[in-house]
Design a protein around this ligand. Structure first.
Ligand code: PRX
Length: 649
């Protein structure tokens, strides 16, 4: 099982990157110039003087006006690059489009059907400027939010960057969510303008977006205009008062567009993520600190050099895509691959064929994808020449040592180090991660990034070694989220369990060498194929069906996906399902949240185990699903409910 504690505890292998690789790395060269002799010394110096470290890196970027102080830290509130003036787009596009890099390819995009589009920095600037003018003409101003619901097409980063350029705040909703998620997020962000597409193709099947957006826009009073990208060529209806075709608006738009000079603390985007309640959290990131943080981590962790071809195979709708497909690679002036479709479509060789075709040198994906490819077998990567690869990455969930070794040997030909990067939507950038100079242990995310103070603590806040405990961060970092949109109290809650300490919600273990081993979530958040889903969200989707009285959702360990959603439901008396309850409820959850939240297992029960105060004891159900002993059930009001669950297969 991924992240399995026993296999992690037994893991003793160490992999050292070659000396040649180390000496050629960005971080090594940076250290050499500063007479820093090794990794340990780097971490020590950076922890002692975070201001020095971040100030040096921030100076590699362009500031409209210099800042006067690197940061102020009054936990839980931080302010970075105080009194400066900055815009992330100035650094991501403008400085390259005006310089020697102007004809360098920024993005190579491949559609699921094989269609290819690419944009140089100059061309990207043209598109972004024009779209920024479209937004300005619609009355979008600095500080306004724009809600975006687009598939993995180039218009998505263009729209995000155009918002940032004029100081508007983008809120991107993953296109795999059902449109209802878009409705909730538009209403929370109070956007006047929304952007979508006619639809997209997934595994050769057309998925319509606009049709569903039309329905939800009846319940979003703030929306005045909807911009629609024509992509899948699905016939759709346009509302002449509200809807605007992207291509028509772009035809009329002019190129000249000034980049708004922002306070580094001005919001750049909101990205909603799952918490322990049913209400998603609107994580807010800012221009300055976020920009410096993602730029620095991409430069040092993934070692991006001018000739690299970078492929972060995530969706832009998640934080990985925001940080490491859109912002960081552009700030580095890199060339990135963006792929629209499914990694195993039309066959399990798709990803490897693209690595060969584009000479991808640094590749970043999730353990669930690695495990899926392991299952398909070595014959698929062996068909292609993937020798351009020099560095690999993993993100989103613990990578089990078996998958790590397969990734290293079969894909990395025992030559490419693997950067297992731990971070979250809230952290914005990698926080616990190897660097290309670190010794690697399969399954460990190694050590905190320079300046980050991370620890594993028990319930009393004492640091512990060996055993599992709360993974916490005790320092500020530039890309930390600044608040939760419309919910500042919930932001403070991250720091309320332990003084001046950020509680990540993950369980981890620290070994004798100070290496971190992340084991997974300790709260009611599931991690299905690297996607964060709250049990409460799935439960509330289930109980919104007229036939369901109560529901409890837990994660069931799964070899490929890490966890699968397992739901236990109590049906209302006298309710009859037209077809099988499983089919009906699965479909219902799909249309309430999206395919990623669809329960794999649904079991009917007469009652759910509850405390005397009526609270569902998910712990008991979880233990049952994991095949563990149920533990103390003396506080249960209805012990017979446990027996019923135990009888289920
Ligand atoms: O449980 C951890 C897991 O993903 C969670 C964060 O999810 P999200 O905000 O959606 O961001 C995912 C991409 C950064 C964490 O709390 N996680 C992320 N990276 C790792 C990980 N678990 C183990 N190892 C990782 N490298």
């Amino acid at each position: 099982m991924p992240g399995d504690l026993d296999s992690l505890l037994k893991e003793k292998r160490i992999f050292k990157p070659s000396l040649e690789f180390v000496k050629d790395s960005n971080i090594y060269k940076w250290m050499e110039k500063r007479n820093i002799k090794d990794y340990d010394e780097l971490l020590e110096l950076a922890e002692k003087d975070p201001e020095w470290f971040w100030d040096e890196l921030a100076h590699e970027l362009e500031w409209f006006e210099p800042y006067t102080k690197t940061f102020n830290w009054n936990p839980p509130h931080a302010e970075w690059f105080v009194n400066g003036k900055f815009n992330i787009v100035q650094n991501a596009i403008d400085r390259h489009a005006h310089g020697e890099q102007k004809d360098k390819t920024a993005f190579i995009w491949e559609g699921e059907s094989g269609e290819v589009r690419s944009l140089t920095y100059k061309q990207l600037q043209m598109q972004v400027n024009k779209f920024a003018n479209v937004l300005r003409d619609l009355g979008v101003k600095k500080g306004d939010t724009v809600s975006i619901y687009l598939p993995m097409i180039l218009e998505l980063p263009i729209a995000m960057l155009a918002c940032a350029k004029i100081g508007a705040i983008h809120s991107v909703v993953f296109s795999g969510f059902w449109a209802k998620a878009f409705q909730e997020r538009i209403n929370d962000a109070d956007s006047k303008v929304a952007i979508t597409a006619d639809g997209f193709t997934r595994r050769g099947k057309q998925i319509c977006l606009k049709e569903n957006v039309d329905v939800i826009l009846e319940n979003t009073p703030s929306i005045q205009k909807l911009i629609v990208v024509e992509h899948a060529k699905i016939p759709i209806e346009m509302d002449s008062n509200r809807d605007i075709w992207w291509h028509e608006a772009m035809e009329k738009a002019v190129f000249e567009c000034t980049t708004e000079e922002m306070d580094p603390e001005d919001p750049l985007f909101i990205l909603y993520t799952s918490g322990t309640t049913g209400k998603p959290k609107g994580v807010v990131h800012v221009h300055g600190g976020y920009g410096v943080g993602v730029y620095t981590t991409l430069k040092f962790v993934f070692d991006i050099k001018p000739d690299d071809i970078w492929w972060c195979a995530a969706d832009i709708g998640w934080i990985t895509g925001h940080s490491y497909i859109v912002y960081a690679p552009l700030m580095m002036g890199a060339t990135s691959v963006i792929y629209e479709g499914t990694p195993d479509y039309p066959d399990p060789g798709r990803v490897w064929s693209m690595i060969e075709k584009y000479n991808v040198s640094v590749f970043y994906t999730a353990p669930t994808t690695v495990r899926m490819f392991m299952k398909f077998g070595e014959k698929w990567p062996e068909k292609y020449d993937i020798s351009s690869l020099r560095l690999l990455g993993s993100v989103g969930e613990p990578i089990n040592p078996e998958a790590w070794i397969w990734y290293h040997e079969v894909i990395g030909k025992s030559r490419c180090p693997i950067m297992d990067t731990w971070w979250q939507t809230e952290t914005g950038m990698h926080l616990i991660t190897p660097l290309p100079i670190s010794d690697l242990k399969p399954g460990s995310a190694v050590k905190p990034f320079p300046t980050i103070v991370a620890d594993v603590i028990d319930d009393d806040g004492n640091s512990i070694k060996g055993g599992g405990g709360h993974l916490v961060i005790k320092s500020t970092w530039p890309a930390m989220f600044r608040t939760l949109y419309n919910d500042p109290n919930r932001y403070e809650a991250y720091w309320s369990s332990f003084k001046n300490t950020y509680l990540s919600g993950d369980v981890a273990r620290k070994d004798d060498d100070g290496y971190f081993w992340i084991q997974g979530r300790e709260d009611d958040v599931l991690n299905v194929a690297g996607h964060r889903i709250s049990t409460a969200e799935v439960e509330s989707a289930l109980v919104s069906h007229p036939g369901v009285a109560e529901a409890a959702v837990v994660g069931k360990p799964d070899e490929i996906k890490g966890e699968e959603i397992s739901a236990f439901v109590v049906i209302k008396e006298n309710y009859h399902f037209e077809t099988s309850y499983e089919t009906v409820l699965r479909h219902h959850v799909r249309t309430e949240i999206g395919p990623i939240a669809t329960p794999k297992y649904i079991k009917l029960v007469g009652d759910l185990p509850k405390t005397r105060s009526g609270k569902i004891m998910r712990r008991v159900i979880k233990a049952r699903v994991k095949g563990e002993t149920v533990g103390d059930t003396s506080t249960l009001a209805n012990p017979e409910a446990v027996k019923e669950i135990e009888k289920l297969d």
